[in-house]
Design a protein around this ligand. Structure first.
Ligand SMILES: O=C1O[C@H](COP(=O)(O)O)[C@@H](O)[C@H](O)[C@H]1O
Length: 223
């Protein structure tokens, strides 16, 4: 993996949005329809804002999340809500969307239905991931109940996940599926996450789940 350190967050967000757009254009040279798999949480909003202003044949792009919190789509913690408000608008309004949420009581109730549409689109083309200061990425949390299964070489496409650090049940793509993309990027900001990333470099994926997606990925960091 390689790490690009930017002078500030603005520079990171602008450069990474441009890089993702380039990766999507490259992928469109190989396939008719391409996928862009993105994180939720607090970090990627400014990247999404820039992508929505980027000229691209968005009608050939299908967007999906790395993971989702099992809350209704209008909930303030919904990653789907973030996508609908910040990415699937503007020039990107023509993009398709592959859901990671359905209105069911628990993620287990919807796993099969949601997995089918994603399985049909593998390998993924462009993946952007975030990372928490606890070294989780997507919803692959240290100590999570299904972490071993999500890190396995033969992991399913999607898993339900519950973790001590996560206030609600989650659904997440497995590391195997996240790693199918030819273009993979990880965005991290701040000194606390930079220290966590440095720790993850010498830990196993079971201890630091982000380590499972580092090989072959480009890490983009700004203070
Ligand atoms: O819960 C989540 O956390 C990570 C990191 O989020 P951030 O707020 O620290 O940027 C995010 O990548 C993931 O998609 C999200 O569900």
């Amino acid at each position: 993996m390689s790490l690009i350190a930017y002078a500030d967050r603005d520079a990171l967000m602008a450069a990474l949005a441009a890089r993702l757009a380039d990766d999507l254009r490259m992928a469109m040279g190989r396939r008719d329809r391409v996928t862009l798999c993105v994180p939720g949480g607090t970090t990627p909003g400014p990247i999404f804002d820039r992508l929505t202003e980027t000229p691209l044949d968005w009608s050939r792009v299908d967007v999906l999340l790395n993971d989702e919190r099992w809350v209704p789509e209008d909930h303030e913690r919904s990653n789907t809500r973030l996508l609908r408000e910040r990415l699937l608008v503007g020039k990107a309004a023509d993009a398709g969307y592959l859901p990671l949420y359905a209105p069911a009581d628990a993620p287990e109730d919807a796993l099969d239905d949601l997995s089918g549409a994603i399985e049909a689109r593998l390998p993924l083309d462009v993946v952007l991931l975030g990372m928490g200061a606890d070294m989780h990425t997507a919803s692959l949390f240290p100590g999570a109940d299904q972490l071993d299964a999500a890190l396995a070489e033969d992991a399913p496409v999607l898993l339900a996940m519950r973790a001590p650090g996560a206030p609600e049940p989650r659904i997440t793509l497995s590391a195997r599926v996240l790693n199918t993309a030819a273009a993979r990027h990880i965005v991290i900001t701040g000194e606390e996450k930079r220290a966590a990333y440095d720790r993850a470099l010498v830990l196993s994926p079971a201890e630091a789940p982000v380590a499972a997606v580092l090989p072959g990925a480009t890490v983009h960091w700004a203070p």
